[in-house]
Design a protein around this ligand. Structure first.
Ligand SMILES: [Zn+2]
Length: 480
């Protein structure tokens, strides 16, 4: 480590000094996202890139082969899926750029923080944690600035700011966890790389390798500060991402202007999933569909109701009447003469493996030296609720899908509804009732308003052998 880093570290330790005794008593969880960290970036040869800190966490923790993320494979939908356990059509953040026909307004990422865009049916885990008596700190994560039911994170920064150095973000997060008066028990922390370098130089570039090494040094600094604060062995640390990255090229471009008059539509979301709102000049969705369908061999065009079911991407007013999805590696532009075609992109079909991100976890809740089978990013939400000991809201994930990565010790596992029956079910209801009286009454009320057949309970000290795959807790058919 360079001398300057040693100096910085000593300074930070002095700054944090004396605070470690006031860490929150309950389970601690830190969720970290490195935007655009493709699952197989971890498998590059040592000659090419060295990632010792991430490898250390994997050897002493858990890695999933990949995470099956949410369509569309963009930043905002997937970051909100991670913290709600819901597919985009249900949580309402259906793209980075959206048009809401009821509001008659457009949404642009990092610019729109009003509740009308965010608080439309889903609640992020940082709010749920606070309702259950915890304290949450959120740094730069999409949705950080939005109020949910009038509530903000207990700790956050005033607005998204990508110019804040990565070291400073980590120092702030550690300070929040070790605050003398009000330590947080949940941290949610976002970093923009390696996404930006992936777009600019492509996923296979030497610049991307350098970005990965920078990310690894960031993880090293996080580990150092956690250790120095006496938190490393207590912290449940999840490092994941929203999506991967595919190589794109100016040789693989689809120009909308060849098929559609640009004055006839609002180009809501751009590439590689184009979302189109027909403007009312005698143009309707049938006109748009007919103009694009079969126009280009690498462009799949769908009416909203015909979007493939596995995308879970139909049931929301913000999903446009016609969408067009480019094949992997292709870029959609209006006109090549005015477009900038990047060397890397994402947003493609979430079954295309290069779109899938990493998952690495370390801490007292997790097993060690384990490579797990893939699971869904919506499964991470019930896992985090389980670690924090809070009851998840209805979601599309299942705790069963991540049960194999969690240490099987008493109190760490919640059986799925399907596994519960008879006496166990009755016991669960009784314990849930006790839990409600103890301070999570809001959740029981909200959950009772749902169908009831998908309720999920935590049973302290109860162990099960059956880790069968779970079912989604809700069917993703709720319009917002
Ligand atoms: Zn990106």
């Amino acid at each position: 480590m360079a001398a300057v880093r040693v100096f910085e570290l000593v300074f930070v330790l002095l700054m944090l000094g004396g605070r470690t005794a006031s860490v929150h008593d309950g389970p601690l969880l830190l969720l970290v996202s490195f935007d655009g960290f493709r699952y197989d970036y971890l498998d590059r040869s040592q000659d090419r890139v060295q990632l010792p800190s991430l490898e250390y966490l994997i050897q002493t923790g858990v890695r999933a082969k990949w995470v099956h993320n949410t369509f569309v494979t963009f930043t905002f939908p997937n970051h909100f899926s991670l913290v709600t356990g819901l597919h985009a059509e249900t949580h309402g953040m259906v793209a980075n750029h959206m048009y809401d026909p009821d509001l008659h307004q457009q949404f642009h990422m990092y610019l729109n923080n009003e509740p009308k865009w965010w608080d439309v049916g889903a609640e992020p885990i940082w709010i749920t944690n606070q309702r259950c008596g915890g304290k949450s700190g959120v740094f730069n994560w999409p949705g950080m600035e939005a109020r949910f039911n009038g509530t903000l994170p207990f700790r956050s920064i005033p607005e998204y700011n990508e110019s804040i150095p990565y070291e400073h973000r980590i120092e702030t997060m550690i300070r929040w966890f070790t605050d003398e008066e009000n330590p947080i028990n949940l941290g949610v922390l976002y970093f923009e790389e390696p996404d930006e370098v992936g777009h600019k130089y492509g996923p296979d570039s030497p610049e991307l390798d350098e970005a990965l090494e920078m990310v690894d040094r960031t993880v090293e600094y996080l580990i150092e500060l956690l250790q120095s604060a006496g938190l490393f062995e207590r912290m449940n640390l999840i490092i994941t991402s929203d999506h991967g990255m595919a190589e794109t090229s100016v040789d693989r471009v689809i120009e909308l202007d060849r098929y559609l008059d640009p004055s006839t539509y609002l180009w809501v979301d751009k590439s590689p999933v184009t979302a189109i709102w027909p403007l009312e000049h005698g143009v309707d969705r049938e006109y748009i569909f007919a103009a694009l369908d079969d126009a280009h061999p690498n462009l799949q065009v769908y009416y909203k109701e015909d979007i493939p079911a596995q995308y879970h991407y139909r049931h929301n007013r913000r999903i446009m009447p016609v969408i067009a999805v480019a094949d992997p590696g292709w870029t959609i532009v209006q006109n090549i003469s005015t477009a900038v075609v990047e060397k890397g992109s994402h947003g493609y079909n979430n079954s295309y493996l290069p779109m899938n991100p990493i998952f690495v976890a370390h801490g007292p809740a997790f097993r060690t030296n384990l490579l797990s089978e893939p699971f869904n990013n919506v499964d991470i939400y019930p896992l985090m609720c389980h670690i924090l000991g809070i009851t998840p809201l209805p979601n599309n994930g299942s705790i069963d899908n991540t049960a194999s990565i969690v240490k099987r010790q008493k109190g760490w596992w919640s059986p799925s509804p399907r596994s519960m029956s008879g006496i166990a079910g009755t016991l669960g209801l009784l314990l849930m009732l006790v839990g409600c009286i103890a301070g999570c009454g809001y959740y029981s009320q909200k959950r009772e308003q749902t169908s009831g057949r998908h309720l999920q309970y935590s049973i302290i000290g109860y162990e099960m052998e059956d880790y069968s795959l779970g079912e989604p807790l809700v069917d993703s058919k709720r319009e917002v």
